[in-house]
Design a protein around this ligand. Structure first.
Ligand code: UDP
Ligand code: MG
Length: 317
């Protein structure tokens, strides 16, 4: 029989957090339902995460480990979570307890009262650098425009989704997935619950600065064709400008004014060159995204447990 609630936790090298997190999540879940599963997606961890997960699931069958074949990134781990989840509602939660698990009660209550999506919204952003905060704000503002649905300020992956929302998201065929964006895009009856971002329970953030910038850029590209449209606007404006300058030049020629303007020529060359190269660059970015999508490779690969795993666990105990 399928459980009422599935709690999906993506995990990448979380051996320091894992046990405490499972403990907290389990006790919070027991408060709201007697039918739940905790789906732990091991995103190709290289530490003892998979082993600890197997041990936890041997003790408590409600803990279900899903092992990916390598590190595919948090988005892929979330996609795997939605695919494997059986519950009527799915709650997504970080493994480091930065998303307060005690809000589970409120989220489930809101769902039972009729909400299809319950968003955890960051009320305070916890400890973040100023530049990081500013970049995050810019990204969220752009993203809000791109999905045409709402407000990404304070958006987080801490969410509860009803079964039909999960199925709607799983039906989105794109390979490049941006969970928050997809949830905003599918719509449904949405409710927000504010929360304060906690300190990471243990270990370090799994994101490098470079990975974050790449992630933001690709998400914007996958949700918005605005940069492409801007190229068209820039091209057309240049044409209008050129026509005006041609008119002006002809006018001066007919009046017999001599034309001086070597710097103008150079400047125009540079401007046009810059414009052309930038446009080409933007088009290339989209082309690269399309190339990735076209290959239609799976978003993640699942590694089925083998008997040798259990033997290895027994050896370490
Ligand atoms: N995570 C993952 N795969 C990755 C990176 C992160 O599954 O490649 C998980 C990680 O284990 C954690 C969540 O995604 O549960 C959020 O990661 P983290 O806390 O490092 O990010 P931050 O909170 O700093 O944004
Ligand atoms: Mg975190």
């Amino acid at each position: 029989m399928s459980p009422e609630i599935t709690i999906v936790i993506p995990m990448y090298n979380e051996e320091d957090c894992l046990e405490a997190t499972l403990q907290v999540v389990r006790s919070e879940a027991e408060k709201v339902t007697d039918s739940f599963e905790i789906l732990c997606i091991d995103d190709g961890s290289t530490d003892r995460t998979p082993e600890l997960l197997r041990q936890a699931s041997a003790v408590d069958a409600r803990v279900i480990p899903v092992e990916l074949s390598r590190n595919f990134g948090k988005e892929a781990a979330l996609a795997a979570g939605l695919d494997f989840a059986q519950g009527d509602a799915v709650v997504i939660l970080d493994a480091d307890l930065q998303h307060p698990a005690h809000l589970l009660t409120d989220m489930v209550a809101a769902w039972r009262a009729g909400a299809d999506v319950v968003n955890g919204v960051k009320h305070s952003r916890g400890r973040e650098g100023r530049i990081y905060g500013l970049l995050a704000k810019t990204f969220n503002a752009l993203m809000g425009g791109a999905t045409r649905n709402g407000d990404f300020r304070g958006a987080s992956d801490f969410k509860l989704l009803d079964r039909q929302v999960v199925d709607a998201i799983r039906a989105c065929p794109e390979r490049h997935r941006f969970f928050r964006g997809l949830v905003a895009w599918v719509g449904f009856r949405t409710e927000d619950i504010p929360f304060h971002v906690q300190e990471r329970a243990a270990g370090d953030t799994k994101w490098s600065k470079r990975a974050l910038v790449r992630y933001s850029l690709r998400n914007l590209l996958s949700f918005s064709a605005l940069p492409l449209r801007l190229i068209a606007v820039a091209g057309f404006s240049t044409l209008v400008l050129a026509a005006m300058m041609a008119g002006w030049t002809l006018f001066r020629y007919l009046r017999g004014d001599s034309l001086s303007g070597f710097p103008t020529v150079i400047l125009l060359q540079l401007m046009l060159g810059g414009l052309l190269l930038t446009s080409l660059g933007v088009i290339s970015l989209y082309l690269a995204e399309m190339f990735e999508e076209l290959k239609r490779r799976p978003v993640y690969l699942y590694r089925a447990p083998r008997t040798s795993d259990r033997r290895a666990d027994a050896d370490t105990e």
